[in-house]
Design a protein around this ligand. Structure first.
Ligand code: NDP
Length: 518
């Protein structure tokens, strides 16, 4: 069967009332299932634990979206055993067949799109556009990695020596542990998991404790697509107990992690320790945080720059690893830029995201809300000037006002640490060179953007702005699978470039076979 060329999935058009009705219906249906209990899935079997935890709607925390099993180390070990035995069969499944499972899963996600969107709107507080974008990206990963597997599987990269048949075959690694974050609970989880299995590995998937429902729905999709039991084993539960057990296990061959710098470093260190009986060095792909900056030059289209900064800073409440948390602005346009940003921020609608018109939803949980508020207070204590927001936004739910703090010192805490919330620090620069220096002065290096009409400054940014994903005269969020392979430098991670042509190699090892021919 001829596979059409990869094309990014289109977004749902919310101006059409038929689409709005379908989304509302899906939201109603999922709300009617609030409080339902969901099992872990090990080897296709539904597994229940004595201990449970709730996943709640951050827009209305009294609404429990689901009750989940608090997996323990025994569950983790059982899942790992199943993944190990399944690997012996799965690795022999022809690569083209494995790719077909992903294409089938993409079709199922399209069919269940409104249901998947609803899960993200209600479980993590994405607005409709963000939730739909997340589902579209998940579909993109399935379609892209399926095609990539066909490319790697049929590749003939070895030079032929006379008198030999020389081959290079890409083979899987073994059992992997997949640990995704909650902020792209479908897209990143789907991308990490399916890249691992399409290459012939089996996995234990530990979803974030803030988004287990979406992880469970992914499992349903993969089961419906016919992926054999035991290829993906789903164990919800705390990072400490379940995650550590899996990462440390001597039979774990690789860990694929996306999340915070702190947890990433911990996993990297734990995985590096060779355990008794372990016969390999574990491979770790760790994608971590950011302190992403947008530089606004004095020669920028200022209205466009303000719009780009506001969307990048406040889309999904600033809870994207790619979110703009620093605007570095040339002093000659600084005051005017602040006025433009303030006007835009003050027009942002805040509220429960099940209502289409609410742009800014809640942050993920109470702990996060408190931490963000502490950062805001610290930013002001360290000399920042409040331009907008700064306070909780509603009485129920984890809502914060979109917050802009100006005159921030480039070395202040809120200019250096990842806040992961709707807070923008604005920093004044004395020119383009200083702006680049400030942009590069954190330990991170994930995304960045520059607004300027000056060609030589743009060229300089291409060379000097040290980040994994650089955007010029556009926002710094919204990486598209295929076009913008995603991953950062320095403490932002291992620069794995998810959604790019190098990504599947991280889950493969190459075997060279040379046969003497007469
Ligand atoms: P966390 O680091 O808190 O958690 C990520 C995952 O790690 C969760 O599934 C968590 O489980 C698990 N975990 C926690 N402790 C351990 C442990 N000891 N061993 C194994 N696993 C563990 O990150 P968040 O989920 O809060 O996600 C936000 C972060 O992710 C931000 O820093 C953001 O920048 C980053 N991110 C990076 C991206 C990139 O591509 N570079 C993309 C998206 C997000 P549990 O929930 O049970 O604690």
């Amino acid at each position: 069967m001829k596979i059409p060329k990869f094309k990014n999935e289109a977004y749902t058009d919310w101006s059409k009332s038929a689409n709005r009705k379908k989304q509302e219906e899906a939201l109603r249906k999922l709300e009617a299932q609030a409080g339902k209990e969901y099992p872990n899935i090990i080897g296709g079997e539904r597994v229940f634990s004595t201990s449970k935890f709730n996943s709640v709607n951050p827009s209305a925390p009294s609404q429990t979206m689901g009750i989940f099993q608090r997996g323990n180390p025994e569950d983790a070990l059982r899942a790992l055993d199943v993944a190990l035995s399944t690997f012996e069969k799965w690795r022999h499944v022809p690569y083209a067949k494995r790719a077909q499972y992903l294409f089938r899963a993409a079709r199922i996600m399209r069919k269940r799109r409104f249901e998947l969107n609803a899960a993200m709107i209600l479980e993590v507080g994405k607005n409709w556009m963000e939730a739909d974008g997340d589902t579209a990206e998940a579909i993109d990963f399935l379609e892209f990695y399926g095609r990539e597997m066909l490319r790697y599987g049929s590749a003939k990269p070895a030079v032929q020596l006379p008198g030999e048949k020389d081959e290079l075959e890409y083979i899987p690694l073994g059992v992997g542990i997949v640990i995704p974050p909650w902020n792209f609970p479908l897209a990143i989880l789907s991308g990490m998991t399916t890249a691992a299995i399409v290459t012939g590995n089996t996995v234990v998937l530990k979803p974030s404790s803030d988004s287990p429902l979406i992880g469970f729905k992914f499992m349903e999709v993969m089961e419906e697509a016919g992926v054999p039991a035991g290829v993906i084993n789903y164990v919800a539960g705390p990072g400490g107990a379940v995650g550590d057990t899996l990462v440390r296990h001597p039979k774990t061959r690789f860990v694929s992690f996306t999340g915070s710098k702190e947890v990433g470093i911990h996993i990297y260190q734990e995985a590096a320790k060779v355990q008794p009986g372990q016969i390999w060095l574990k491979r770790v792909v760790a994608e971590m945080g950011g302190k992403d900056a947008i530089i606004v030059d004095n020669e920028a289209a200022l209205e466009e720059a303000a719009a780009g900064v506001v969307v990048s800073a406040f889309g999904f409440q600033g809870q994207k690893c790619s979110a703009c948390s620093r605007a570095i602005v040339d002093e000659r346009v600084y005051e005017r830029f602040l006025e433009l940003v303030k006007a835009r921020v003050e027009s942002i609608t805040v509220g429960p995201t099940k209502i289409l018109n609410n742009y800014l939803g809640p942050v993920i949980n109470k702990g996060s809300m408190e931490k963000i508020q502490q950062y805001i207070d610290k930013g002001l204590r360290e000399g920042g000037k409040l331009v907008a927001g700064g306070k909780p936004a509603m009485t129920d739910g984890y809502f914060l006002q979109p917050t802009v703090i100006a005159d921030v010192d480039p070395k202040a805490t809120i200019a250096q640490e990842e806040i992961f919330g709707p807070v923008l620090a604005v920093i004044k620069a004395r020119g383009f060179d200083e702006a680049i220096e400030i942009a590069n002065n954190t330990e991170f290096g994930l995304t960045g953007a520059v607004y300027s009409k000056n060609r030589s400054k743009i060229e300089k940014a291409k060379k000097e702005f040290h980040c994994g994903n650089l955007y010029l005269n556009r926002k710094c969020t919204g990486a598209m699978v295929g076009a913008h392979p995603f991953g950062g430098f320095n403490m932002s991670g291992t620069d794995s470039k998810a959604g790019g042509q190098d990504y599947l190699l991280l889950f493969l090892q190459a075997k060279s076979i040379a046969t003497k021919v007469k």
